[in-house]
Ligand binder design. Structure first.
Ligand SMILES: Nc1ncnc2c1ncn2[C@@H]1O[C@H](COP(=O)(O)OP(=O)(O)OP(=O)(O)O)[C@@H](O)[C@H]1O
Length: 310
């Protein structure tokens, strides 16, 4: 559905996107992640034909987005980061206007507007002025707009940005429902959302792709380098170095708690556990221990590992 090859965008001397390659297959729901300024919006704007690339190519549904822009754009429903809406129009009137602008006949526009109002849960506000809508409803109007011409592909730039947890859940459920019929490329900062909704993840940083895989594989790759958490009582200056000397321990960080207790995070080599060795060491010296567990990595750990600056 999407084929991107060596796509590059420079603004004056700054290269925002540096020759990226990726594919999205029909029916996939792919999360496009990266820290602020990573190049996500720039990439999405190129894919949707709003921004010409400096070099490289992109095809959507087989159409070259730059040479066959009109055909490609017919296949795309784009919801930009800050949905621009006409505040002085009513919801239904706005969607009808957008449908006509996208080339639907009067009859099709009427039919589709009714359908997207239902899909996006806008019945209660269909006659309201856009100006008076909550942020959650505005996002849904943006989604309805992106859907109105029945595109195969939905490109959503931070669709849950600025929403409260209930609204986030509603938009997430809506996106899941939409994924039954549409291919979706979704940019977001909420990693938990991605783990719950996306079959695959592309992580971009500094205009380059750092990883692309299923959330499960990315997390499994991290889990190989295990993280053990322990709370031990005793001298930090003795316990830390003793843990550090154990086989397979890569790094130990500690944080003092109350009454002589401290929390230790122990990073161990791939494929090793080390909890037994840690327990033996602690018993040997008689240090009181109140917790010892291995923490499974999350997509957030993967994201931080791949995009941290230090
Ligand atoms: N029109 C522009 N002119 C100059 N520089 C730009 C322009 N648009 C984006 N940039 C720069 O390109 C880089 C990538 O920006 P982009 O908006 O694509 O990042 P992003 O990953 O979407 O970030 P965010 O999560 O904050 O939206 C940034 O350094 C940004 O300052």
């Amino acid at each position: 559905m999407i084929e991107v090859r060596q796509l590059t965008k420079s603004f004056a001397r700054h290269q925002a996107v540096k020759g990226i390659d990726f594919n999205v297959a029909p029916g996939e729901i792919v999360g496009f992640l990266g820290p602020n300024g990573a190049g996500k919006t720039t990439t999405l704007r190129m894919l949707t034909g709003y921004l010409p690339p400096t070099s490289g190519s992109a095809r959507v549904a087989g159409f070259d987005i730059f040479r066959q822009s009109l055909e490609a754009r017919r296949c795309i429903g784009y919801m930009p980061e800050n949905v621009p809406l006409y505040d002085d129009m009513r919801v239904r009137e706005y969607l009808k206007y957008r449908a006509t602008l996208k080339g639907l006949s009067n009859r099709d526009a009427r039919r589709r507007v009714n359908e997207v109002i239902e899909i996006c849960g806008l019945e209660a506000v269909r006659r309201k002025m856009i100006r008076v809508l909550s942020k959650g409803y505005r996002q849904r109007v943006g989604l309805a707009d992106a859907l109105v011409h029945e595109p195969q592909l939905l490109i959503l730039d931070e669709p849950t940005n600025g929403l409260d947890p209930n609204q986030i859940r509603q938009i997430r459920d809506l996106i899941k429902k939409l994924s039954e019929k549409h291919t979706i490329l979704l940019s977001t900062h909420i990693l938990h959302e991605v783990e719950m909704t996306c079959g695959r993840v592309i992580i971009i940083d500094g205009g380059q792709i750092k990883a692309q895989d299923t959330p499960q594989n990315l997390v499994a790759g991290m889990r190989a380098a295990g993280r053990i958490h322990a709370e031990i009582s005793g001298d930090l200056g003795v316990i830390g170095p003793a843990l550090q000397r154990l086989d397979h321990v890569k790094r130990v960080t500690s944080e003092p708690l109350t009454d002589d207790w401290a929390h230790y995070e122990i990073l161990v080599d791939s494929g090793t556990d080390a909890r037994e060795r840690i327990h033996e060491l602690i018993s040997q010296y008689g240090w009181p221990l109140r917790s010892l567990h291995r923490k499974d990595a999350t997509l957030e750990d993967v994201f931080v590992e791949l995009t941290r600056r230090d």
